[in-house]
Each structure stands twice: as C-alpha cells, then as structure tokens.
Design a protein around this ligand. Structure first.
Ligand code: AMP
Length: 249
C-alpha cells in the first residue's frame, strides 16, 4: 500500500508571531519555519504502518515555495521514502491544496493519504475533508488511533465529549489529532541518509490544477494586549478588588 503524507511548512509553533504593520498578514521575514506539528504526527503514523508491514512506500508531499523541500527533507529524515514538491509562489488555500494532492495521489496510485487535522498558521481544518470529497474516498478525521486490516481502516476519532470509531474502506483519507502518537526525532544517520532520498518537483500547471484563491483576506490583527497583573497584600484585598473593581463576585 502506497501512502501519501501531506506536510506543510509553517512558522514554528514556538515563534511569537508578528502582524505586519499594514494588517495584510503575518510577518514571515527571518522567522523559523518548521513542519506543521500535526503533519509530523501524520509522518510518524505512516512510518509505523511501514514498520508493521502494512505500508509499502511512503511519499511526502508539500505544496508551496521552493523551501518547502526542507520540510519534505524532514519527513524523509524521519523515515519516509521519497518526496514530491508541488512548487508554486502562489498563495495556496485549502481547495487548491486538496486539488493538488488529489492530482498527486492519482498519479502515484496512493491508497491512503494522511494529513494533519489542521495547519497551525491559517487554522483552516479543511484540506483533508475537501480532498476526500474530491476523490470520493471515505475520511476519518481527528484520528487518535488507526488500525488497518483486510482492506479497511479503523479510525478512532476525537469528537466533542468523547471518542467515535469509524471503519473506512481503502482507499481513504485520514487526518491526525494530537494524541495519535508522539513523533520521533530524526537521528543524525537518518538525516544524512535523507539527503540521498529523491524529491520530484512538479507544478500546479503540470498537474493541470488552477490554484487561484477563492477567498481574500481583508484584515489580520493581533489579539488585544493583556494588561499587566497586580500583586495584592492579602486575601481581604483580593476579595475587595474582585468585588468592587473587577465586579466579578
Ligand atoms: P488546513 O486545512 O489548511 O488546516 O490543513 C490541514 C492539513 O492539510 C495540514 O495539516 C497538511 O497535512 C495539509 N496541507 C495544508 N496545506 C498544505 C500544503 N501547502 N502542502 C502540503 N500539505 C498541506
């Protein structure tokens, strides 16, 4: 079974992001970029499928500007076999990414596609669902456990107030939630080995996909600054302030 894993290059989750002065977006200049954390979980899960003998080949796909190949390389260093970069400078929205992933999946003959449940930059949480719809494949989103046997995938999903288990016929789309696994760190020998693993580059045009954005961003603004706290002398003062100043009790 060939497994495709979608990985997005995003601003590292440790970075305190800055909004551009003209409110047109987030400042990405000189900012550390990393693989979207949910996509690391997707790569880890796919590697476990290969280690268990369920998956035969793991292909890491990223869509975006040329440096997205570094993100692919991270997936290869973790243990995936090869990469596909869909290179474009265009702004990519979920529908466009879903169409690109569909084209790659069909070209590669993938039987399973694993994505993160959401990218931590735009927080769309849409790509996996759109991809499954475009392909007409069943989807198991927010996966916290995945088992494959006899042509079907059992996905335990994190839903409001509990867990739901669904059974999907392969081929299928799975999106990962936080508790699915703990991604491994790439070892130094594997980082060296990954340098020799192949990454094919293609473009939206070659795949016949129109990536024109459907949404336009009107404004991006930073959250309101939190006011500094104060230190009170004793419980009486605290109760007094809660009652008479904050008026919450
Ligand atoms: P989103 O719907 O944007 O929140 O993204 C959900 C998931 O889709 C991510 O966790 C990735 O697995 C995948 N994805 C989104 N954008 C890209 C991209 N540009 N390249 C590759 N995968 C992507």
């Amino acid at each position: 079974m060939k497994v495709l894993i979608a990985v997005k290059r995003v601003i590292d989750y440790n970075v305190k992001i800055r909004v551009k002065a003209d409110n047109s977006g987030v400042d990405e200049a000189n900012v550390k970029m990393s693989m979207n954390p949910f996509d690391e979980i997707a790569v880890e899960e796919a590697i476990r499928l290969k280690e268990a003998g369920t998956a035969s080949e793991l292909i890491v796909v990223s869509c975006g500007e040329a440096p997205a190949s570094e993100t692919i390389r991270t997936g290869l260093a973790m243990g995936a076999d090869r990469g596909v970069l869909v290179e474009t400078d265009a702004e990519l929205q979920p529908l466009a990414v879903a169409k690109l992933l569909k084209a790659v999946a069909e070209k590669e003959g993938a039987e399973m596609i694993v994505l993160g449940k959401q990218a931590i930059d735009d927080d769309f949480n849409q790509t996996g669902q759109m991809l499954a719809a475009l392909l007409g494949w069943p989807q198991g989103t927010f996966a916290s456990k995945l088992d494959i046997s006899e042509g079907s995938a059992s996905v335990m999903r994190e839903i409001d107030g509990g867990l739901e288990t669904v059974s999907l016929k392969l081929p299928c789309v799975v999106t990962t939630d936080l508790r699915l696994n703990e991604p491994r760190y790439a070892s130094l020998p594997n980082i060296m080995k990954a340098k020799k693993k192949p990454i094919d580059t293609t473009t939206p045009d070659e795949l016949g996909v129109d990536v024109t954005p459907r949404l336009s961003t009107l404004k991006v603004s930073a959250p309101a600054e939190r006011q500094a706290g104060i230190i009170v002398a004793d419980v009486d003062e605290l109760v007094n302030k809660l009652k008479n100043e904050a008026k919450v009790i």
